[in-house]
Design a protein around this ligand. Structure first.
Ligand code: SAH
Length: 221
């Protein structure tokens, strides 16, 4: 996975990607900028060449170190909830394969993404496609801490199952900002959208059911 050498993106891949976009649309995603970003990003680059077709099925897939690349529908769902605008400053917890980060970057946002697994962090650093996005800044660290020195953020997205809403991430959200976090345990999570109004008051909405790998504490070497 995540090869250092460029790979081919041919008419077959593009056709499969159009079908994937239609599938995601049928499941309820309406934001055209989100759909365009998915159409523009060769998801097969993020998987091994043996899994080129599976890359365009709407499913999560194991990458390395027991982690997954999120399901395209889930990526689209979280991204749509964030109401991304060009130049939004976005904090992502759980870089993983960096697919979600690339979707946000493709939409013109400035991404600050944290990964706690050293091996995954290093893999992504060698991935040729990541160089397409100078607007992605990557950090090796513990997502529960956020990035205080880069705060505040317009948007926060957590792509692992959080046992509770991490307080520091909400502190690092701008007034008027939106955070999207799957909250729950191994048995499943509810997507939560947390908004901070202009006066700094926090509002929570509980949305659909999802299943992410757990958000763990601390860094892992
Ligand atoms: N956004 C990713 C999904 C990755 S799966 C993608 O598009 O592929 C979730 C990721 O969160 C894993 O890589 C896992 O190692 C990472 N993670 C879990 N707990 C974390 C934490 N506390 N801080 C940072 N990353 C974390």
């Amino acid at each position: 996975m995540l090869h250092s050498k460029p790979r081919e993106d041919n008419y077959l891949h593009k056709g499969l990607r159009k079908q994937l976009v239609e599938t995601v649309r049928e499941k309820g995603i309406t934001n055209e900028q989100v759909l365009t970003a998915i159409e523009n990003i060769p998801r097969h680059f993020f998987l091994d060449p043996a899994f080129e077709r599976i890359a365009y099925e709407d499913r999560a897939f194991p990458i390395t170190a027991g982690q997954t690349i999120s399901q395209p529908y889930t990526v689209a769902y979280q991204t749509q909830l964030l109401e991304i605008k060009k130049f939004d400053k976005v904090l992502e917890i759980g870089t993983g394969s960096a697919y979600q980060a690339c979707v946000l970057a493709e939409m013109g946002a400035m991404i600050y993404t944290i990964e706690r697994q050293r091996a995954l962090f290093d893999f992504v650093g060698q991935f040729f496609f990541i160089n397409k996005y100078p607007n992605i800044k990557r950090f090796y660290g513990d997502g529960y801490e956020g990035l205080p020195s880069y705060a505040p953020f317009d948007k926060v997205i957590v792509t692992a199952a959080a046992p509770f809403i991490p307080p520091k991430l909400i502190q690092q959200l701008k007034p008027g900002g939106i955070a999207v976090i799957p909250v729950g345990d191994d048995n499943g999570q509810k997507m939560m959208r947390i908004t901070k109004d202009k006066d700094g008051n926090v509002h929570e909405e509980t949305l659909g059911d999802f299943s992410f790998v757990p958000m763990l504490g601390g860094k892992n070497r």
